[in-house]
Unconditional design. Sequence first.
Length: 226
Amino acid sequence: MRPVSAREQALWTRARLGRCGPPLDLLTARFDRHVYAPHAHEEFTIGVCVGGSELIDYRGGHIRTGPGSIVVLAPGEMHTGGPGTPTEGYAYRALYADPALLTDGTLGGLPHFREPLLDDAELAVALRLAHTELSACPDPLEAESRLPWLLTALARRHSTSGPAPDEIPGAAWVAHAVRDRLADELLTPPSLSPWPRTSASPATNSCAPSARRWGYPRTPGSPSTG
């Protein structure tokens, strides 16, 4: 991680999906007045606002985020970012995913998100929880277990791409059943601070496993497990 300043900061963590898998960058940012110059990324930018409000110029319009909202910016598309109000800063957690990571489990090639601002409270909580815990401990196996599920759920729920058929009859039902059972066993998610921890915080050095708090979102239409 590399801090920018004590007050306005951007903390980066690189997670790897499996020991030999592709890397994926995680950003935890908190700004009072910082405004990004127009720029674009080669990856999908997937962010969750965790405090304040950010104003983003994108596709000729303006996006105003609030706590709990998800923003998806497509690869190669120019955008800016800055405080949503003159007196209020903004904080967010973002991950930068290779486009190939969003095509698994869907049909039609690269997913297209007509609406960059998404209202999906369940998915926002799951993304935030995974981001928080992997930023503190970017274990490759943990990242491989959690992030592909979340990216597939994002593409299936909110992009124009249709879900890919299951190669093994019944495999999807089993996967949904196991995932939903895990979700049913979740304890109430801990209170997450809207502002990023500093490098001196004990939590950033902790790699305790989080076996019961994966936070996978349920997929609409999945079978009930009771």
